[in-house]
Design a protein around this ligand. Structure first.
Ligand code: FA5
Ligand code: MG
Length: 454
């Protein structure tokens, strides 16, 4: 095999997700513990921090201009998730090492953009918001979980419906109706690559593109200002001596197949710049394909979990999945009264237990008849290891990190050492329990990845 993400030895012929049955095939790589999370819908759970965050963001994009969609099914087609958005056939996002597939044509959406084309086609409103759970195979640490939540937003203007077909004037008129803010924006107009990230000159005049970008940026800056204003108010309610750090934001260039030009918005937080969203001017081809060629507009996608972690000062992304009342109880009543929003107060932190596992990658030199180093390197996908650890240890694993790797100078074999940090959010793990988990992890690495323990 070529190590593309299957960690289950025997795949079921069908799987059920949210009450619907799907046939699997050799592409299937979604573990049961991830499929089980499709029913949680944290973004709709009253008083859950992800849901509260959704509510606050929705308040900045009011009805009826924006229509809200919060209940789209996470199982989508590869056409919806990739092709309809202009992803090239060889885009790395399509790999089984990055994405959970049900079968060759069906997957767990990796982003809320999977629903863009259908909503543009439905053409029900000038704007929409989609909040939903999204799924990605990824590393394991305090800010990464295989399931997180995104909010997608889009706004269009119809050339056929504005006076004189003057979209730029219509957009600037709407921009003038948006509030202003006084937060410093450190790089309001970063230069963008004219080839990789061009203005869509065949479809938009420069002033149209500029107007749409200006409306997009102001709308998203206002959204971030709203979050941080609420976070500061909560901190001040809890701590009268609280001194707020001024909010700093900046725009940086980004690339997405479905917008051009594209940007990311970063917020200065705890000594570093943190990316909170991606956005851009919608590729006209998507609107043309959706049978609304006269519309022009913008789109964005923001991570709700990441924003909720900032808003509530939640230190570990696993906490969102907790059913512990010491976590959930801290947000009671907030959905109905946002003025009751408070920062999270951590309950006692249980001890960490670090365990290392060192192994040689499978040598394929005899089969390949030569360059074993390349063969081994191609065979190993770190996300496969991450998923094996999650499968066995679940939410008792806080973090998995590569601590050492080298290639033997004579044999060309590659050795890796990973450090697993076992720590429950809810109790102290016993030594025996951690050892048992780590033994199971070690055995599974041998059975499923064919590595040789050192
Ligand atoms: C996207 O998913 C694009 N669909 C966003 C977009 C929409 C661009 C519409 C243009 C137009 P990206 O992979 O960067 O882009 O994710 C968007 C946001 O989701 C990130 O800025 C971040 O806030 C959040 N996010 C991404 N990966 C993770 C993760 N592993 N854990 C938590 N949040 C994440
Ligand atoms: Mg990004």
């Amino acid at each position: 095999g070529n190590g593309t993400g299957s960690t289950t030895s025997s795949n079921p012929a069908t799987v059920e997700v949210n009450g619907k049955t799907y046939a699997t095939d050799s592409w299937f790589n979604a573990p049961a513990n991830v499929l089980a999370l499709t029913s949680r819908k944290l973004h709709l759970q009253k008083d859950h921090p992800v849901s509260i965050t959704r509510q606050i963001l929705e308040s900045k994009f009011p009805r009826p201009t924006f229509k809200y969609h919060n209940d789209f099914d996470p199982v989508v087609s590869t056409v919806e998730n990739f092709d309809s958005l202009g992803f090239p056939p060889d885009h790395p996002g399509r790999n089984r090492s990055d994405t959970y597939y049900i079968n060759k044509d069906t997957l767990l959406r990796t982003h809320t953009s999977a629903h863009e084309a259908a909503l543009f086609r439905a053409s029900e409103s000038d704007g929409y918001l989609i909040s939903a759970d999204v799924y990605r195979r990824d590393e394991v640490d305090r800010s990464h979980y295989p399931v997180f939540h995104q909010m997608e937003g889009a706004r269009v203007w119809d050339r056929a419906a504005v006076p004189g077909g003057d979209v730029a004037a219509a957009v600037y008129a709407d921009l003038a109706r948006l509030p202003t803010h006084d937060i410093p924006v450190e790089d309001p107009n970063p230069p963008f690559d004219p080839e990789r990230n061009p203005l869509q000159a065949a479809h938009h005049t420069p002033s149209e593109a500029e107007a749409v970008a200006a409306h997009l940026k102001r709308s998203l800056e206002l959204m971030v200002v709203e979050i941080f204003t609420r976070a500061k108010a909560a901190a001040a309610r809890q701590d009268p001596n609280y001194v707020d750090e001024p909010l700093r934001v900046r725009w940086v260039e980004a690339y997405f197949p479905f917008t051009s030009p594209s940007w990311e918005l970063e917020v200065y937080y705890a000594g570093d710049w943190l990316e909170v969203l991606g956005c851009g001017v919608t590729q006209q081809q998507i609107l043309i394909d959706a049978q609304v060629p006269s519309k022009v507009g913008w789109a964005f996608g923001i991570g709700l979990d990441r924003i909720a972690m900032l808003l509530f000062q939640i230190p570990d992304i696993r906490l969102f999945w907790s059913r512990d009342d010491r976590f959930l109880g801290q947000f009671a009543g907030v959905s109905d009264d946002l003025a009751r929003l408070r920062r999270f107060v951590p309950f006692s932190k249980y001890p960490a237990c670090y365990k290392d596992v060192s192994f040689w990658l499978r040598s394929t030199s005899s089969a390949a008849g030569g360059n074993s180093r390349d063969a081994s390197a191609q065979d190993f996908h770190e996300n496969d290891l991450m998923e094996i650890v999650r499968d066995i240890a679940g939410d008792t694993v806080e973090d998995v990190a590569l601590v050492d790797a080298f290639t033997h100078p004579k044999t060309g074999r590659r050795s890796m050492c990973y450090r697993v940090n076992y720590r429950s959010l809810e109790r102290t793990l016993t030594n025996a329990e951690t050892n048992r988990l780590h033994d199971q992890v070690t055995q599974a690495l041998v059975d499923k990845l064919g590595v040789e323990i050192r």
